[in-house]
Design a protein around this ligand. Structure first.
Ligand SMILES: [Mg+2]
Length: 174
């Protein structure tokens, strides 16, 4: 049987974004407290919960793959301590250029990989993000889209659902 999934963007959704900067060490990685509750509820409801994150800083040489791995380990450990659960899968794209990378959001490559790997039913699945790149990637992958807050770019992209804060999305998953 096919599974349902919720894909999460990382910076600005799981952890606070630092405007104009890359999260390049774990001291810069601070969870958004509401995320724990949303994550736990979705796991309870039987969703696969999968992270899909652009980390262009690596491709641009502004941080190393090793630094990204250390931040990822910190995130996974902290999430487990707080919720007793883990992401079902974590995808990063470290490419710097969306024109040539099929995986870098707004391109749908990471989501499509996950759909194939986990036998996911796209019509029952969602992406949650804070940028129009997340919304566009979700649309291109054929899943439903939730924008949290105001997108930082003025592209003309309509998410399926728009919310002011993360906790509001729980109403969609009762
Ligand atoms: Mg983001």
């Amino acid at each position: 049987m096919k599974r349902k999934a919720v894909f999460f963007d990382r910076d600005g959704i799981v952890n606070f974004r630092i405007v104009g900067e890359y999260i390049n060490q774990k001291d810069n990685f601070h969870f958004i407290p509401d995320f724990f509750q949303v994550f736990s509820r979705l796991k309870e409801l039987g969703y696969l919960v999968i992270l899909v994150s652009n980390q262009k800083g690596v491709g641009k040489g502004l941080m190393t793959l090793e630094e990204l791995k250390q931040i990822n380990e910190f995130m996974i450990q902290e999430l487990y301590e707080r919720t007793g659960e883990s992401f079902d899968d974590v995808f990063y794209c470290t490419d710097a250029n969306e024109e040539i990378s099929p995986r870098l959001k707004p391109n749908p490559g990471m989501i499509i990989e996950a759909i194939e790997k986990w036998n996911i039913e796209s019509s029952l699945s969602w992406i949650v993000g804070d940028s129009s790149k997340d919304i566009l990637a979700g649309k291109r992958a054929g899943i439903k889209t939730i924008l949290v807050g105001l997108a930082d770019e003025s592209l003309n992209i309509e998410p399926d659902v728009s919310v002011n804060n993360l906790l509001e999305i729980l109403e969609l998953f009762e």
